[in-house]
Ligand binder design. Structure first.
Ligand SMILES: Cc1ncc(COP(=O)(O)O)c(C=O)c1O
Length: 354
């Protein structure tokens, strides 16, 4: 295998599109269709999405960051703020999109395992009613989280009950909602029932640039058509976004893709944990594996493989699997994890001391 042929463990974003998505795009390409979502395919797939989630409305957009900004935008007045985990993608990896576009303050909380709890949310409510403080109005959580963990249905219920009792709205970043549903073996509706608005990621699940904003709290939906256009996420050839979700919904392809990616992450974690000098540092629940390795071991692996060094100071890497990661990809990577560990000049099994 040359390094060009090696599977990337860098991100599920590195994967191509699922063949069924490409077939659906080709089918949608036949003939003309009315623009901006007034076409039969968009109507049909939107209705299927709403049925799947038990939702009031669903809207296609191009990207996950846009879905987060638009979803939260339905909830906030200019002086209102969002409570989120410090580790949230919204906070750390979206270039301040929410702050710039919505002009809303993010009230961030250090969250163990990437997860908020009612107590952590409550810790941000002290300034309520004080006109000198941004007013908490929305809570943002990611399912699965940025660190590959998944909220249980009980944890979600506790957060949503707390939010409802505290006059807070709940937004769920579902860029990897499919992976969470596959891990929990629950329906999308089971997860969505706890949210006011959520996103449903297509791209990381086999689409090629299609996400959906799902509105559960009906009155919030009215502003979306205007906001989506103003914020440049209204696709003129909408049928091509709808077609991708149509393919993922067909026979629950989304679940098969996510379950497969999760299984490949588990296989990788199990194999790697048996290798010298590798410590799995987080529960492997969705499709990400976080592991601590000696820095020289990381450098040796990076020679041939693509993955992220997540925390350089702590020598932690992230290996991510996708719908198209094969058992052979994982086993080939594992063989190199083992062989590069053994090639370490100071011997295998060195604990990182930094
Ligand atoms: C949890 C999470 N939310 C949102 C996004 C943003 O998606 P996009 O890159 O499509 O804007 C990502 C991207 O990796 C993500 O991991």
């Amino acid at each position: 295998m040359t390094s060009e042929q090696r599977k990337s463990f860098g991100s599920d974003n590195h994967a191509g599109a699922h063949p069924a998505v490409l077939t659906a795009l080709a089918a949608a390409n036949i003939g003309d269709a009315t623009a901006y979502g007034d076409d039969p395919l968009t109507e049909q797939v939107t209705a299927r999405l709403c049925a799947e989630f038990g939702a009031a409305a669903a809207f296609f957009v191009f990207g996950g960051t846009a879905a987060n900004v638009l979803g939260l935008g339905l909830m906030l007045r200019p002086f209102e703020a969002v409570i989120c985990a410090e580790s949230a993608h919204l906070n750390g990896d979206e270039c301040g999109a929410a702050e710039r576009v919505l002009g809303s303050k993010l009230l961030t909380v250090p969250a163990p395992g990437g997860k908020l709890t009612p107590d952590l949310i409550a810790s941000q409510l002290a300034g309520r009613g004080n006109s000198h403080r941004a007013q908490p109005r929305a809570v943002e959580i990611a399912q699965a989280t940025e660190v590959g963990t998944v909220y249980t249905l009980d944890e979600l219920r506790a957060i949503s009950e707390f939010c409802r009792a505290s006059d807070l709205l709940l937004y769920v970043d579902g860029a990897r909602l499919a992976n969470a549903a596959a891990y929990l073996d629950c329906t999308l509706a089971d997860l969505a029932a706890h949210a006011d608005v959520l996103s449903f990621g297509g791209t990381k699940n086999g689409a090629m640039g299609a996400e959906a904003v799902i509105v559960m709290n009906e009155p919030l939906a009215a502003a979306m058509p205007f906001q989506r256009m103003q914020l440049m996420q209204l696709a003129s050839k909408m049928r091509f976004l709808a077609a991708q979700f149509g393919a993922l919904l067909q026979d629950d392809l989304w679940r098969a893709n996510a379950a497969h990616a999760n299984a490949m992450a588990r296989r990788l974690a199990e194999g790697a944990s048996a290798a010298d000098g590798v410590e799995i540092v987080r529960p492997v629940q969705a499709n990400a594996v976080f592991a601590r390795l000696h820095p020289r071991h990381i450098a040796a692996l990076q020679h041939d493989w693509t993955f992220h060094v997540w925390d350089e100071d702590d020598s932690v890497v992230r290996w991510m699997t996708a719908f198209d990661t094969t058992e052979l990809d994982v086993d080939t990577f594992l063989a190199d994890i083992r062989s590069t560990a053994l090639r370490e000049p100071h011997g295998p099994g060195l604990a990182h001391s930094g």
